[in-house]
Design a binder for this molecule. Structure first.
Ligand SMILES: NC(=O)C1=CN([C@@H]2O[C@H](COP(=O)(O)OP(=O)(O)OC[C@H]3O[C@@H](n4cnc5c(N)ncnc54)[C@H](O)[C@@H]3O)[C@@H](O)[C@H]2O)C=CC1
Ligand SMILES: O=C([O-])CC(=O)C(=O)O
Length: 317
């Protein structure tokens, strides 16, 4: 019998618990969710609750809530959701000082207890946290990746489906850049069942949908008082599935660029071939001058955030 995959999630809050739910319900493997000792009852209780769905939803996997890093040993994938979410009025960047400390300490433990794992970082500000995890673990760049683009592009596709009335299944879109409000959805690469999107929506209206997608996280923070979790977790699990099933999917992920898109030494959202080895390739493409300018601006924002991390922790430079 094939060995079951093991997927660990660090941080059992809104995003972490939702990751566990999608992972288990899709039967991708055994699930371990780890939180801090002060949250022991919460994380153990939530995971026991989730396990009790299995006779109804019919998934076979072990689900464990824990505060002990020994339990993540042997994980194929570790998802990092530990950290503060933003509140209304805050930007993701406002979280950097608190979350870099959390992600650094989490990454030290991942390095010790799950050195073979592919690490998917979710904590914000995303691109700087991916960098932090990479520098702290010292893992090769294929083993470190960030989730943002799967979510951001799903938001863009959702808005297009709402506007046109067509099935989400037929909407194809591409999005690049950092996970800030300057992310770069690409109308030129957007189509419905292969038919250019401009056949169905005016360019002006499409631009409004692009703009809504760019601030899609903030729209939810304003409504809920905290940030989104169902769609972010769904984006994570799309990546987990690509890795544990070695699907060779091309997904928009925060991956290490060494020259692609003219970016060197940064993790930024780019089309990424995801499989059993994690990031198997970054797929470069020819951008026109306007698209390139937007990508450069987004990457320069990521670079500034990485500069803040390096200033706080010179050993991560
Ligand atoms: N990249 C993306 O697309 C998205 C990123 N996020 C980010 O994900 C993070 C988590 O968001 P939520 O789950 O909504 O927050 P939450 O507050 O519901 O959960 C965070 C959890 O992390 C735990 N935690 C804190 N320090 C820890 C440590 N050192 N070790 C282990 N666990 C620790 C907390 O106890 C808490 O249970 C935030 O930084 C948020 O901004 C959220 C949505 C989308
Ligand atoms: O908006 C936030 O703070 C959480 C997040 O990254 C998103 O939902 O896109």
């Amino acid at each position: 019998m094939a060995k079951r995959s093991k997927i660990s999630v660090i941080g059992g809050g809104n995003v972490g618990a939702s990751c566990a739910l999608w992972t288990a319900s899709k039967e991708l493997g055994d699930v371990v969710v780890l939180d801090i000792p002060q949250a022991e009852g919460m994380v153990k209780g939530k995971m026991l609750d989730l396990a009790q769905c299995s006779p109804i939803e019919l998934f076979d996997c072990n689900i464990t809530g824990t505060t002990d890093y020994k339990d993540i040993a042997g994980s194929e994938v570790v998802v990092v959701t530990a950290g503060l979410p933003r509140k209304p009025g805050m930007s993701r960047d406002d979280l950097i000082e608190t979350n870099v400390k959390i992600v650094k300490s989490v990454s030290e433990n991942i390095k010790q207890h799950a050195p073979e794992a592919i690490v998917i970082v979710v904590s914000n500000p995303l691109d700087a946290m991916v960098y932090t995890a990479w520098k702290t673990t010292g893992f090769p760049t294929n083993q470190i990746v960030g989730q943002a683009g799967c979510l951001d592009v799903a938001r863009f596709k959702t808005f297009i489906a709402m506007e046109t009335g067509f099935s989400v299944e037929d909407i194809n879109a591409l999005l690049l850049g950092g996970h800030g409000d300057d992310m770069v959805p690409l109308p030129r690469f957007t189509n419905i069942a292969g038919i250019p999107i401009t056949q169905f929506i005016t360019e002006a209206r499409l631009q409004e949908l692009v703009d809504r997608a760019k601030v899609g996280g903030g729209e939810i923070v304003k409504l809920m008082g905290t940030s989104a979790y169902y769609a972010p977790a769904s984006g994570v699990v799309q990546m987990v599935e690509a890795i544990v099933k070695d699907k060779k999917r091309i997904l928009p992920c925060a991956s290490y660029c060494s020259g692609e898109f003219g970016i060197d030494g940064l993790f930024v959202g780019v089309p990424t071939l995801l499989g059993a080895n994690g990031v198997e390739k970054v797929i470069d493409l020819d951008l026109n001058a306007d698209e390139k300018a937007l990508m450069d601006e987004s990457a320069s924002h990521v670079k500034d955030l990485v500069g803040i991390v390096q200033k706080m922790f010179p050993e991560l430079a």
